[in-house]
Design a protein around this ligand. Structure first.
Ligand code: ADP
Length: 605
């Protein structure tokens, strides 16, 4: 464990104690009680033996035994009640992690969500421990504290005994020396065991890191093969055999990894058993010699040997916990880093409320490259939106159309240049405020397993009349009438059989309705008709003006014919606007637009 490890352990501890104070207090109390519990019997036995040896009366011996028994009983009851409570809480520590991580995912900058190295910070620690990060940490904390306190208690018992021996003349001095030597030998064994613990933990982490890919792929196959969507393609393309082999290979890789982990565990356990065994043997020999020389009372032999054996065991177990704490520190680092990912500088300006929707957007020398990549996918883009105009964006795949939308919606910030709203850099606006300006139907839009009305209103407060009207304008009117539960119909069957599995085209209409309902100043549609049948597609084109009204609209499509109704068409090529004009103007000119138009026209005439 280095300073960094301690730092993350400390930060995790701060987070846990800040939120689950009772759990932290319980962990502390439980470790103290579990640590001292065995010593009650050890000390009492020593006292009783010495008392009997000194010939003390039965009454005194009984009182001593009864007091010890009562104390033991009390500690035992407390341990078991607290232990039960602790275990119950452990049932949902993982859920607590998930709750925190989900919250962070919900509010973090969008670009982090597309960054796999960032997302691994979330999946890796959760994938490693059944109890989640805080559960695993609390378990290790409890065990480490318990073993540390147990070792310290043993030392506290042993130290006066060793000193007492040392004060007893020359032989006593020799005995003290021998005691110190014994402690030294045990210390070396403990240190060796600790190093071995660290070594094995590091090796285990290496194996687990190697298995990450295997587990991710297995999880992907599990997901893929439990749904029906993929099964059609697999069957028709005869891919089952290959996938079957992959599944087998993944299982084999996983089995080998687990086997290596098992081997490591056996070696580790061997050391854990051997070390206290050797220590115990040394202690018994030592105590026997001291008793033979008359340097130690019979009662002390019991307390002495039991305490040293306990010390050796605790030291050994502490070494294991310390090794595990190292992996806990790794999980804590991932978790804390994910939770503390810095947010982009958030602007504070409010967006001016304009009933006339006169919002002017300008792209000024905008360039952008995705984080971790070397190439600009948008290059020195200069562009202004004419208010109230309907603009189409076309271009080959990968020409930067969707990226352009992401920049406009501030899912990513530009790398160079700036985008302005009414003359002010959009980064200066409050992000949530800025978002209210846009209604977007993304190419890969998502409808949620909530009631239809809530999907359209994007929240629990649904203005039913408006929601119905939006659905009708998006061409969903007839289907809405056929739904027994109307706007309350649950989209999808994830939460019950009463939900309805809508087709891709139906969901696309809902997505359009959601954009209409939002009534934002800008309407952006990225391939909004891809899943619609020709009639529904025609309805969208014919009703587009009605749908977007006087708003500024951006329409992205591969189907050039569908863009003809826009007054202004932008042609994207390699992250730049390479052509601009009306359909008639562009069709008459040499360039990408004519190339694309002619290619499509061959098949659609
Ligand atoms: P279009 O919408 O015109 O098909 P995109 O804007 O989706 O094009 O993509 C433009 C370029 O950016 C492509 O080369 C694509 O591979 C790349 N790209 C898109 N998304 C990402 C991403 N999240 N990370 C890295 N590169 C990306």
């Amino acid at each position: 464990m280095d300073r960094e490890d301690f730092k993350y352990i400390w930060l995790l501890l701060k987070e846990i104690t800040g939120r689950e104070k009772k759990m932290a207090a319980c962990t502390l109390l439980l470790s103290v009680l579990e640590a001292v519990n065995p010593y009650i019997a050890i000390l009492c036995t020593g006292l009783l033996v010495d008392g009997a040896y000194r010939g003390e009366g039965l009454r005194a011996l009984f009182s001593c035994a009864a007091a010890a028994l009562a104390l033991k009983l009390l500690v035992q009851i407390l341990c078991s009640r607290l232990g039960e409570w602790f275990n119950q809480k452990m049932d949902y520590t993982r859920e607590l992690d998930e709750e925190q991580l989900n919250r962070q995912s919900l509010f973090m900058d969008y670009e982090y969500l597309e960054d796999t190295s960032i997302q691994e910070l979330r999946t890796r620690p959760l994938g490693r421990s059944f109890f989640g990060i805080r559960g695993w940490f609390l378990l290790q904390l409890k065990d480490s504290l318990k073993e540390l306190l147990s070792a310290l208690t043993a030392i506290a018992i042993l130290f006066p005994m060793a000193l007492q021996d040392g004060l007893d003349g020359e032989r006593g001095g020799l005995s003290l020396l021998a005691s110190l030597l014994l402690f030294l030998v045990i210390g070396v064994l403990v240190w060796g065991n600790y190093r071995a613990g660290i070594h094995y933990t590091r090796k285990s982490v290496e194996i687990l890191d190697g298995l990450d890919g295997v587990h991710n792929k297995s999880a992907y196959y599990l997901d893929m093969l439990s749904g029906v969507e993929s099964q059609k393609d697999l069957r028709i393309n005869g891919q089952q055999g290959e996938i079957n082999q992959d599944v087998g290979a993944l299982f084999e890789a996983s089995r080998k990894g687990e086997w290596r982990m098992g081997q490591m565990y056996i070696r580790r356990q061997f050391l854990n058993v051997t070390f206290p065994g050797i220590s115990g043997l040394l202690v018994y020999l030592f105590a026997a010699v001291k008793a033979y020389l008359g340097q130690i009372s019979i009662g002390n032999v019991v307390a002495y040997t039991a305490s040293i054996i306990r010390l050796a065991q605790s030291a050994s177990r502490f070494a294991i916990c310390a090794g595990r704490m190292k992996s806990t520190a790794d999980y804590a680092r991932d978790y804390i880093t994910y939770k503390n990912l810095e947010k982009k500088k958030q602007g504070t300006l409010f967006v001016e409320k304009r009933r006339d929707n006169r919002f002017q957007i300008d792209f000024e020398h905008v360039s952008f490259r995705y984080p971790g990549t070397e190439k600009d996918v948008v290059k020195d883009l200069n562009l202004s939106f004419v208010i109230g105009e309907k603009m189409a964006i076309v271009g080959k795949n990968g020409s930067g159309k969707s990226t352009f939308i992401k920049l406009l919606c501030r899912l990513y910030d530009v790398t160079q240049g700036c985008i302005k709203l009414n003359g002010i850099d959009i980064r200066k606006y409050d992000y949530q405020e800025y978002c209210t300006l846009f209604a977007v139907v993304f190419q890969d839009f998502c409808m949620f397993a909530f009631p239809l009305g809530e999907n359209i209103a994007s929240g629990a407060r649904v203005e039913e009349g408006r929601a119905r009207e939006a659905l009708i304008r998006a061409g969903f009117g007839e289907r809405l009438q056929s739904l027994g539960e109307g706007l309350s119909t649950c989209v999808g069957r994830e939460f019950g059989q009463r939900g309805v599995s809508f087709s891709g085209g139906e969901k696309q209409k809902m997505a359009i309705a959601r954009a209409i309902y939002k009534n934002a100043a800008f309407v952006i549609m990225d391939e909004p008709t891809a899943a619609l049948d020709p009639l529904a597609e025609c309805e969208v084109y014919a009703g587009f003006d009605r749908m977007v009204g006087k708003k500024t609209a951006l329409y992205i499509s591969h189907r050039l014919a569908s863009c003809r109704f826009c007054e202004d068409i932008l042609v994207f090529g390699q992250g730049q606007v390479v052509q601009r004009g009306s359909h008639e103007e562009l069709e008459g000119k040499e360039g990408i637009y004519r190339e694309l138009w002619n290619a499509q026209a061959q098949y659609y005439q």
